[in-house]
Design a protein around this ligand. Structure first.
Ligand code: FES
Ligand SMILES: [Fe+2]
Length: 428
């Protein structure tokens, strides 16, 4: 349970808030590279951390995110003309480059230098691994480029998607840390989904509904270990790395690709749930890629032309009571991602954590909240930069492994938890 002030601290990410400042010290996934495919393509609205921007790729291929609204009289530059290395407001023709600098005010004499004095807020964007990343913090505190394994393997080995989730980022992310719900909510999917089925580990998951959690702090966040009974004298461990502030990786199943998420706040009531899949040592097969594109595994189908899931709160996520009764799916909702999102959105835009009752399987969540609050305060009060910004902390993998009882997973799975190019992933 949290105090009201603690819940507010963790869930508010607008400019100037402690968590907002924390988020502004990391490279965050902003757009799919395919949203800005070529020079002078249409600009895209980018709403993150309660700020409204537009992102565009100029005639030379350079990327930038600038304030959405024209400095003249506030028109949205989403309507702008992306031409000749800048975006031109269609109202009176003012023009801005990717750094937000105004380069032309057609109504004023060039000699007046008027446009030199006009500059919109801007943030750097970089493309890496099929994702366009944004850094929204102070220039002198910009960390090295992101080194998550999914973003560094060849794109033939990875697949990325994002979906709108209509609730605060924290309750979405907490679902990614709490792997105890898998044996319930996702039980039907483990048998059927092409990106999950057939793994030996699934049986351990379904046979032991009382996982014991062992959560260990790491430099960049946590390893959340969930232990279930396996054969005599052995445990099946599912280990989820959480790296600050909002990255989690789901433990793998058999030779299926590994996957994970980022939950990036749009504003305090909405977030982007990013889902990535990759295989560390081989290309994704045509069937796997097709299944991902079709919205299986952790991906979804969309309302055409948007990133809003086709199953959403306006249609009760197409809940099927018969499927619920027949246990075809535990909640009656189809698909792993929407099973999660439906329940997380049902908590309301911001879960009231003053009224919750936590149990042992929530230890990962409790520790993540503590780490976040501590880091946000240290940044605000002492200017201390938060953990998880450096490549070393980002080179992690999730693990599904069977170990002899009595062996601590932090030792026995130490090597498996490190991402290294070409190394096979540890997965049962
Ligand atoms: S409002 Fe943009 S040029 Fe006038
Ligand atoms: Fe889930």
């Amino acid at each position: 349970m949290l105090k009201k002030e603690q819940n507010e601290l963790l869930t508010q990410t607008g400019p100037g808030t402690p968590m907002g400042e924390l988020f502004r010290r990391y490279w965050l996934p902003a757009l799919l590279a395919s949203e800005l495919p070529e020079p002078d393509c249409p600009p895209v609205r980018l709403h993150l951390l309660s700020e409204k921007m537009i992102a565009f790729r100029d005639s030379s291929g350079c990327l930038g995110a600038i304030d959405e609204f024209c400095a003249h009289r506030g028109v949205s530059l989403w309507f702008g003309r992306n031409e000749e290395n800048g975006i031109r407001c269609p109202y009176h023709g003012w023009k801005y480059d990717v750094s937000g600098q105004c380069t032309e005010v057609p109504s004023e004499p060039v000699e007046s230098g008027y446009c030199d004095r006009i500059k919109l807020k801007s943030y750097p964007l970089v493309e890496r691994g099929g994702v366009i990343w944004v850094y929204m913090g102070p220039k002198d505190q910009q960390p090295p480029l992101p080194e998550w394994e999914f973003a560094t393997v060849p794109t033939s080995q990875s697949f990325m998607s994002k979906r709108l989730q209509e609730c605060n980022w924290l309750q979405a992310m907490e679902g990614g840390i709490d792997s105890s719900h898998v044996s319930f909510l996702h039980s039907g999917a483990l048998d059927r989904d092409p990106l999950f089925k057939g793994a030996k580990g699934n049986q351990y998951n379904l046979n032991d509904l009382k996982p014991v959690f062992d959560v260990q702090s790491t430099e960049g966040g946590l390893y959340v270990g969930a232990r279930r009974n396996a054969e005599e004298g052995r445990y099946y461990w599912r280990i989820t790395p959480w790296i600050m502030p909002c990255f989690t990786m789901v433990p793998p199943r058999g030779d299926h690709p590994i996957h994970g998420h980022f939950w990036v706040p749009i504003d305090d009531h909405n977030n982007w749930a990013w889902s990535f899949d990759y295989h560390p040592t081989r290309d994704l097969s045509r069937e796997e890629r097709q299944a991902m594109e079709d919205g299986q595994g952790i991906h979804v189908k969309y309302v055409p032309g948007t990133f809003r899931p086709l199953q959403n709160k306006d249609n009760d996520y197409l809940m099927d009571r018969d499927a619920q009764k027949a246990r075809i799916s535990y909640s009656g909702i189809e698909g792993i991602a929407m099973q999660d999102a439906s329940l997380q959105e049902s908590m309301g835009p911001i879960q009231d954590r003053t009224r919750e009752n936590l149990v042992g399987t929530d230890n990962g969540i409790i520790m993540a909240r503590q780490r976040l609050m501590k880091a946000a305060k240290a940044l605000m009060e002492k200017g201390e930069l938060p953990p998880g910004r450096m490549p070393e902390a980002q080179r992690v993998r999730s693990v599904a492994i069977v170990l002899p009882r009595g062996e601590p997973f932090t030792e026995a799975a130490k090597d498996a938890l490190r991402a290294e190019p070409g190394k096979k992933h540890a997965s049962v």
